[in-house]
Design a protein around this ligand. Structure first.
Ligand code: DUC
Ligand code: ZN
Ligand code: ZN
Length: 479
């Protein structure tokens, strides 16, 4: 550690950009100075321990991925990234904080589920990590346990309107949890899809012999995302609880969010790179990989599902990001290998473990949206770092380059290039890449976490155990 100077770059925030040098002392940023400033000594560069040359490059706050699932037990198997492999891949891609989901299963005490997550993550993370709490069984005991979450630094919890028999909550349970959340100041995160209706459609399709991954997308129709999003908004409105809808993929769900926001409601939405770039037709319906044939689409089975490009959902996600009807981009990183994991659903799409691995590529994939003119450079920083920090009670320490903030800094080279693929840029624990062949007109050059250089010169210098648990405050994003 010691002192470090990031020199000669363009510091980009959510609200502007400026040529500046960034001085770090220990774990914190201590000054943002005019380039070559002599304010702190005539030759600052020669008096610090480390100089990072950022000439011609962007200097941005480290990425915050607020939606990950390391080691999640799901679909009869476990998400294939451990906290160590997943956070190492995060660091490679310029993400210096994650918020993962601790799981309380039905019948289990919330405290037990949370303790298990601390056990998995503690001492194993390469970057800082926090938790949201999944409440998989809303009952008197778990409602009571919600009262202790804020003290634990866990200020958001998640419910599922999908997955009956697994994580599912019915409307009565949702209403009770939201009433409690409104009292406590917790952010309610919602997986908004009508699970019981999806299960009926999925069974009907299966019985008609429609068993390939493509039909995962057909069963999880956009109407069932729109309906659940609307219902979640109404229940939140009734209780006064702020609501954050995760992994929005249907344009009609964005319309629901926009309508509520226009009425001044504290309703927020996140989308993910897969809903910006990938589609039902091209990915879920893929058959080009000779190893997998018409099962290839399993690589992209996730929920909510990839949606039809012909219906315009992807364009609507980009538009929502521009209009702030969607506030953030997280990954929903939930990787599974094809071999032995996705394969469980060969012949029955309902048994394919749901999830895509993207944690390493989120910053790059969103930066490509800057290159193509979908979003501005400042909006890129806002969507990937500043708003996640504000939304989940980390702002000031994270999400900004300013004196007093943690020295989580990424030097991004707009003249660089990144080729994504299993044999190219890939550190996630998977046997395929959901992003194979994607080319990015930019490159994550240097990644600094609390003053430690984790990535530079194409090498990883970090370690499992560097990452610390983030005790988060209440949301800093309410209207
Ligand atoms: N969706 C996924 O794709 N994976 C994990 C859980 C979820 O809701
Ligand atoms: Zn979900
Ligand atoms: Zn998720």
């Amino acid at each position: 550690m010691g002192t470090l100077l990031v020199r000669g770059g363009t510091v980009v925030s959510a609200s502007g950009r400026t040529e500046a040098d960034v001085l770090v002392d220990g774990e914190r940023i201590v000054a943002v100075l005019q380039p070559g400033s002599t304010l702190l000594g005539h030759d600052l560069a020669s008096s610090v321990d480390t100089v990072v040359d950022a000439t011609g490059k962007y200097v941005i706050p480290g990425g915050i991925d607020a939606h990950t699932h390391m080691e999640l037990p799901f679909g009869g198997t476990n998400a294939s990234d451990t906290f160590e492999t997943g956070t190492t891949a995060a660091a490679w891609g310029g993400t210096t904080s994650i918020i993962d989901f601790a799981v309380q299963k039905t019948g289990e005490a919330v405290e037990t589920g949370l303790a298990a997550w601390h056990e998995k993550a503690g001492g194993n993370c390469a970057v800082d990590y926090g938790f949201h709490q999944i409440i998989g069984g809303v009952d008197e005991q778990s409602l009571k346990a919600m009262e202790t979450l804020v003290d634990e630094g866990i200020t958001s919890y998640k419910l599922f309107m999908a997955y009956p028999g697994v994580f599912y909550s019915d409307d009565a349970q949702i209403l009770k949890a939201m009433q409690k959340a409104a009292d406590l100041g917790l952010m309610t995160m919602m997986h908004a899809e009508n699970g019981p209706a999806i299960d009926v459609l999925a069974e009907q399709l299966y019985n008609q012999g429609k068993t390939t991954p493509y039909f995962h997308g057909i069963a999880r129709a956009w109407q069932l995302e729109e309906e659940a999003t609307h219902r979640a908004i109404m229940l939140a409105d009734l209780t006064g609880a702020p609501l954050y809808v995760v992994h929005v993929s249907a344009k009609q769900a964005v319309e629901q969010l926009a309508a509520a926001r226009d009425r001044g409601k504290n309703v927020f939405g996140e989308t993910c790179p897969q809903y910006l770039y990938l589609s039902l037709e091209e990915q879920l319906g893929a058959t080009g990989d000779p190893t997998w044939g018409d099962f290839e689409g399993a690589k992209w089975v996730c929920s909510t599902p990839l949606r039809s490009r012909a219906e315009g959902h992807q364009d609507a996600m980009w538009q929502g990001l521009r209009t702030n009807d969607l506030q953030m981009v997280s990954t929903d990183h939930c990787p599974f290998c094809m071999k032995d994991q996705k394969e469980l659903g060969r012949g029955d799409f309902r048994a394919i473990p749901n999830g895509i691995g993207s944690i390493e590529h989120r910053m790059d994939l969103l930066y490509q949206g800057v290159v193509t003119g979908e979003i501005t450079l400042e909006r890129w920083v806002e969507l990937t770092s500043t708003t996640p920090a504000r939304m989940f009670g980390l702002y000031g320490t994270k999400g900004v380059i300013a004196p007093g903030a943690d020295a989580d800094i990424v030097v991004y080279d707009p003249a660089g290039h990144t080729s994504i693929g299993l044999e190219k840029t890939h550190h996630m624990n998977m046997d395929h890449s959901a992003w194979e062949g994607f080319e990015i007109d930019g490159h994550v050059d240097v990644v600094i976490s609390r003053g430690d250089v984790l990535v530079s010169d194409g090498a990883f210098h970090g370690r499992a155990g560097h990452g610390r648990f983030l005790k988060r405050g209440l949301t800093q994003y309410l209207t």
